[in-house]
Design a protein around this ligand. Sequence first.
Ligand SMILES: Nc1ncnc2c1ncn2[C@@H]1O[C@H](COP(=O)(O)OP(=O)(O)OP(=O)(O)O)[C@@H](O)[C@H]1O
Length: 256
Amino acid sequence: MIPIGSGASGTVYRAELDGRTVAIKERTAPEPNGTWAEAASLIWLGRAAPEVFEWDEDRIVMQYIEPGEPSERAAEELGRALAEIHAQGAPKYGSPPENGPRDAWIGPVPMRNEECDSWAEFHSRLRVEPYVRMAVDRGYLTNEEARVFDREWDVPDEPPSRVHGDLWSGNVHWGRERAWLIDPAAHGGHRESDLAMLELFGCPHLERVRGAYLEVAPFADGWRDRVALHQVFPLLVHTAAFGRSYAGRALAAARS
Ligand SMILES: Nc1ncnc2c1ncn2[C@@H]1O[C@H](COP(=O)(O)OP(=O)(O)OP(=O)(O)O)[C@@H](O)[C@H]1O
């Protein structure tokens, strides 16, 4: 087994298994349901993600994707693929991936999926409040700062989408021919959130990805003004997980 990547939760290896080259993601972090949630998410995302061959509580064996360079063509294809995944939908806002657990992970912190009737309820109860509490408990936000996150979260009404859920640029794996989605935390969510997160830390050819996406699946008017609002969740997760250095950006996004 040859190590090809490592992150907070474990190590990814390239290996030969039953005559084919596979990627094996071994989870070393003590995260109950971690591989279950990730395997179910990968399967739910379909052909945009590597195929899952098998998984147990310690590891996922999946299709190995030979790395390549980002290209404009692959970026546009990624935009269209994202639109296609989103359109597959989800039963409700907050639904876990099909056959997946309610209790999952986002980076090194827990993330719960529970069905809600609106995005506003889902966002506030499951994607904002738990991380504000965690950040306050850990001393990364003051009580006064925490109150900034106690607000209405309004977005134009639309049915829940099937979202990747942790779509920072590191979770776009550029292969030889196309881009692949890896390391998802999928659930029923708002499709603008995936694109807003991709924008958060920059992504190669972002304009191409977004342009191709919007051509086939336009957002409701005013989406640019909602980017910051959708970035509150990942910024809060960063604050809760990694510390106060992210608090300023999280607060600014929440005030937007
Ligand atoms: N199916 C795959 N085929 C080829 N390489 C892969 C595959 N899956 C993951 N990798 C490589 O391993 C790296 C880490 O993968 P992944 O993001 O899933 O791990 P992680 O531990 O969750 O990392 P992080 O903490 O950064 O989220 C990727 O950036 C990629 O280079």
